[in-house]
Design a protein around this ligand. Structure first.
Ligand SMILES: NC(=O)CC[C@H](N)C(=O)O
Length: 226
């Protein structure tokens, strides 16, 4: 099983993501530059946080045009697991892989601290190792995390159980306290908090690690060899 960390000009959480997979999860992982067009060698695609293209226009608004994004879309359509964290989530929204959009935080300030999150849906490849309703501690670090979608889309997200994480103490004004959503097919997850920054005691929380172990289990279950 091989993970890819997609690196855009301006990504800055790529090293954290790589460390979480390589050193803590102990799985194979490679950095993949944004010019790559073939992702067929990878089983899981990780879009890390940062300031791709300097957040010009909006977070993710330019990265969605990077050559690698066509390959990300194709892989997502094939059912490959895709995780976008923070700027990675913004890119998935801008690329249309997830519904809705990101606005500036309602405080108009960059917010950076550990925040309690409720795990709303554990019936996903990313969250099976959590308990439904469990409150976990994962850090946020963003200026544009104020998730917005129209009421019809929100109703659809609720109905399809696509809301995976909700803030317990909303730090940015996001609609419905949404911190993370999954696509309808259930293989593309975007979230503002950083699970890769909560994978060992040194970081103040290990609550993010189960997201990675959930992915591992889901992948193994779909690739059983007897
Ligand atoms: N840590 C991040 O990915 C930051 C995301 C984005 N640049 C923002 O400030 O909202």
């Amino acid at each position: 099983m091989k993970f890819a960390v997609i690196v855009f000009p301006g990504s800055n959480c790529d090293v954290d993501m790589y460390h979480a997979v390589k050193d803590i999860l102990e799985e194979e992982v490679e950095y993949v530059w944004h010019t790559e067009t073939d992702l067929s060698a990878y089983d899981v695609l990780l879009l890390p946080g940062g300031f791709s293209y300097g957040d010009y226009l909006r977070g993710g608004a330019l990265a969605r045009f990077a050559p690698v994004m066509e390959a990300v879309k194709e892989a997502a359509e094939r059912g490959t697991f895709v995780l976008g964290v923070c700027n990675g989530f913004q890119i998935l929204l801008e690329a249309g892989l997830l519904p809705g959009a990101m606005r500036r935080n309602n405080s108009l300030k960059f917010r950076c601290f550990h925040t309690p999150l409720e795990v709303v849906n554990t019936d996903t490849p990313f969250t099976s190792h959590y308990m439904e309703g469990e409150v976990i501690s994962i850090p946020i670090a963003h200026g544009e995390g104020n998730y917005y979608c129209d009421p019809a889309t929100l109703a659809e997200l609720e109905q399809n159980r696509q809301i995976v994480f909700r803030y317990k103490e909303n730090p940015n004004g996001s609609v419905g306290d949404i911190a993370g959503i999954i696509n309808k097919a259930g293989n593309v997850l975007g979230m503002m908090p950083h699970p890769e920054r909560a994978v060992e005691d040194l970081l103040g929380s290990r609550d993010g690690l189960r997201l990675f172990t959930s992915i591992l289990q889901a992948w193994r279950e779909s690739h059983v060899t007897v």
